[in-house]
Design a binder for this molecule. Structure first.
Ligand SMILES: [Zn+2]
Length: 438
């Protein structure tokens, strides 16, 4: 039986990507980058830290020593081999073929990839967006070079996490892996860059001065073109943000500024709430990471559960904050839908899923489309690599085709509704949220 191509001709808005973030990587490097869990689980924790440090610095002498002493490279290769049956690996290859041309053998495609990697940084992603038919790509990156990246196509989403963790060392001995440290380092770099723009090399000593700085910095970034905010804090703490009064936040900040060890939560929660109120008042949608992280220990999956957000979502003054929950919240995908159907201002983005899940995405799309209103689902790629941008668009359209025509066959949706839903998921829902014109 042939499946009608409902979604194929439709342009899409990529609601969540990391275009311009990743430097060029070959397909093999991408696979290795996401295959570190096997190594981490088979060497002493310090050896793993050394390996990641040496890899990031391109320190081949140390990498060779670690291979000789601990077999790190052999373990990495095993990890890649074990991951070769994941849908991730399959999608990466599909995306490469679609992007670099289906003609020719793999080696000649990879030669083209390397050639594109030597061109200007936006070249490969521009090609990917053309192949994927995604005229608008929302991208979550600290900065975007507007002399290279077309502002009409690439619209910036800004993480607020930088403001949440001043005076945080970003270090931990308690956790495995490097994710916690890596995310904190990223948050800290953004905070420092913003402080530097105001002539500061460290957060100011008083709470009032910090809040003044933060408000002005937010305002400036939005003026410079940021179209939405994002919270990525699930990577470093539970997302159960609580209402906090200003006095409590102020004493916490000033204790931290004085170098005292206190519970940071009251200040963190205050900042999240303040940024959310800013977003609500300025009609900026707010993306929130929910669900699992990358395949490496460090983030606690239990910190990322969408139901942890219930208190935050119930704050009365935030009833018109447009919240998009990212990645379908795997493995809490039905929980996410329960929030999205309860709150008219909460939306469900299924970025990342199109290149991680084949079967599960079809199951969940069916479940979500049946239970949720037509304005709630948002397509996204979550791709930093252009190969995944292409793969995600292709596999999401395939999944929509199958799920919608199956629902039509089962009598759930009329032919007209099926077309309308495809159009809403791929374009209209994100266009309405972000005010994007055709
Ligand atoms: Zn992402």
């Amino acid at each position: 039986m042939t499946i009608p191509d409902i979604a194929g001709g439709l342009p899409a808005i990529d609601h969540h990507s990391h275009a311009s973030m990743a430097r060029f990587r070959t397909v093999e490097q991408i696979e290795r980058h996401f295959s570190t869990a096997h190594l981490e689980a088979n060497v002493p924790a310090e050896v793993y830290d050394q390996y990641i440090g040496a890899r990031n610095q391109g320190d081949t002498a140390t990498l060779e020593r670690l291979q000789a002493e601990h077999g790190t490279e052999t373990l990495m290769q095993k990890g890649v081999e074990f991951r070769s049956t994941t849908f991730f690996s399959r999608a990466l290859r599909d995306g490469s073929r679609a992007l670099y041309g289906s003609e020719g053998d793999w080696d000649s495609l990879m030669e083209r990839a390397r050639d594109w990697g030597t061109r200007e940084p936006c070249y490969a992603y521009d090609q990917a967006a053309r192949v994927a038919n995604t005229p608008v790509v929302l991208t979550d990156v600290p900065r975007i070079d507007r002399t290279l990246w077309d502002p009409k196509r690439y619209r910036q989403i800004m993480r607020i996490d930088g403001y949440v963790y001043p005076f945080h060392s970003g270090q931990t001995r308690a956790l495995r892996g490097t994710e916690f440290q890596r995310f904190h380092a990223g948050f800290d770099a953004v905070l420092r860059a913003e402080l530097a723009r105001d002539g500061m090399d460290a957060p100011p000593p008083t709470f009032d001065a910090y809040i003044q700085f933060m408000d002005a910095s937010l305002e400036r970034r939005v003026r410079e073109g940021v179209v939405g905010l994002k919270i990525a804090s699930a990577y470093v703490r539970p997302i159960d943000f609580q209402p906090v009064d200003t006095a409590k936040a102020a004493t916490t900040y000033e204790a931290l500024a004085a170098g005292r060890e206190v519970d940071r939560r009251p200040f963190e929660d205050f900042v999240v709430r303040r940024c959310a109120q800013y977003a609500a008042d300025h009609k900026l949608p707010m993306q929130i990471h929910v669900g699992m992280g990358h395949p490496e220990p460090g983030m606690l999956v239990s910190n990322s559960g969408p139901l942890l957000l219930e208190t935050f979502l119930n704050i009365r003054s935030l009833n018109r904050l447009q919240v998009t929950l990212l990645h379908g919240g795997y493995p809490f995908s039905s929980q996410v839908a329960s929030l999205v159907q309860t709150y008219g201002n909460v939306f469900l983005d299924f970025s990342w899923m199109p290149y991680l899940h084949h079967f599960y995405l079809r199951q969940k799309l069916t479940e979500w489309l049946e239970i949720l209103p037509a304005n709630k689902l948002l397509y996204g790629s979550d791709a930093g690599a252009p190969e995944f941008h292409v793969a995600a668009a292709h596999h999401a359209r395939q999944a929509l085709n199958e799920v919608l025509s199956d629902g039509h066959r089962r009598g759930v949706w009329s032919g007209r509704q099926v077309e309308w839903l495809a159009q809403r998921v791929l374009w209209d829902n994100a266009a309405d949220l972000y005010g994007i014109e055709d």
